[in-house]
Design a protein around this ligand. Sequence first.
Ligand SMILES: NC(=O)c1ccc[n+]([C@@H]2O[C@H](COP(=O)([O-])OP(=O)(O)OC[C@H]3O[C@@H](n4cnc5c(N)ncnc54)[C@H](O)[C@@H]3O)[C@@H](O)[C@H]2O)c1
Length: 372
Amino acid sequence: MTRYIDVSDVRKLVTAIGAQPLIKTLAEYIRADYLRWNEFEKSARVANHFPDGVIELMPTSDSELYGFKYVNGHPRNHRYNMLTVMAFGVLAEVDSGFPVLFSEFTIVTALRTAATSALAASVLARPDSKSMALIGNGAQSEFQVLAFQAMLGIDEIRVYDIDPLATDKLLRNLSGFSKLKIVRAASIGEAVRGADIVTTITADKTNATILTADMIEPGMHINAVGGDCPGKTELHRDVLTSARVIVEFEAQTRIEGDIQQLAADFPVVELWRVLSGLAPGREHRPQVTVFDSVGFALEDFSALRYLRDVAEARDIGTMVELIPTPTDPRDLYRLVAGNPGIAANPVIAANPVIAASPVFGRAGSPKLASVF
Ligand SMILES: NC(=O)c1ccc[n+]([C@@H]2O[C@H](COP(=O)([O-])OP(=O)(O)OC[C@H]3O[C@@H](n4cnc5c(N)ncnc54)[C@H](O)[C@@H]3O)[C@@H](O)[C@H]2O)c1
């Protein structure tokens, strides 16, 4: 049986554990996997591009587990009352190929992205950082605030979004966090001025220039999250050329990150090298650092591992028959042919639409038949 975790299960987990403790634990899972970088089979994600967005598959594996995420990015979806980013994830045993976990991953992506951003900032931002500008106040934004408060002690946030309703929503959602000072800015420049950290997390399928070089102050750390597709960037190239740039997986970021605007030999450092002490993070106090984040499959793998562990421990989710397990594994056909229920079922027979449906007409497991 496969453990199935849906939206209400993830809501239960976040409520029981608390978003901030959960993000901190998730960051430890992500760190642990980055520290064993060479044990993973790595590839840039497979992206199918469409006029309004992108659909991506993000796989990786170690010697025991294989994980992948399905995720999209459709910045205009809000016009149809749909999320920009929607996802689900699967974790399977390498030895047998059996999927042990099938999970909602839209909320989990927001949690893991925030955990990754704060993890990277913990080795890149100045240790005395206290304030963060947050440009883009959409679905991911509150998770970023909570991660930076929990993991770096950032308690002053300056927020800006071209859509004032998005900022209204963020202020409403975070109004209960009394230790957070959240200031609404009238422009990007106003939000960024004097901030120790700047997070850009906007969604637009274009080469946007959210940050220009004149906005950048010595010692800033820039957590650039929203530029994550070919033709979808947030930083002016001059912001990058005068900074130390850290990436997740160079081969993928060259295609998808803000550095897609630069020459292929522009120097970057992979995050795992900094986390494992092989390369420095921030080299000196006035240095400007950029985490050019696009989201890497390893972070989803870590999040899937975390979900598997916590769901097992707390008995969260439902065990479902995603994969048939016939008594004789070579006799798959028996599962469909050995069940006379479908054709003979009076409910199906009486309903020509169901009877003609390619789904129900074909399916015949004892479990499905019992539904009718
Ligand atoms: N790097 C990663 O791992 C990762 C993970 C998840 C999402 N993302 C990216 O993060 C971005 C945000 O995702 P989301 O789910 O919050 O999307 P969303 O659509 O819910 O929110 C995006 C917000 O950006 C605002 N915005 C757009 N252009 C702007 C501009 N020029 N200035 C200020 N605000 C602007 C929009 O008004 C909106 O409120 C997307 O681009 C998504 O692809 C990256």
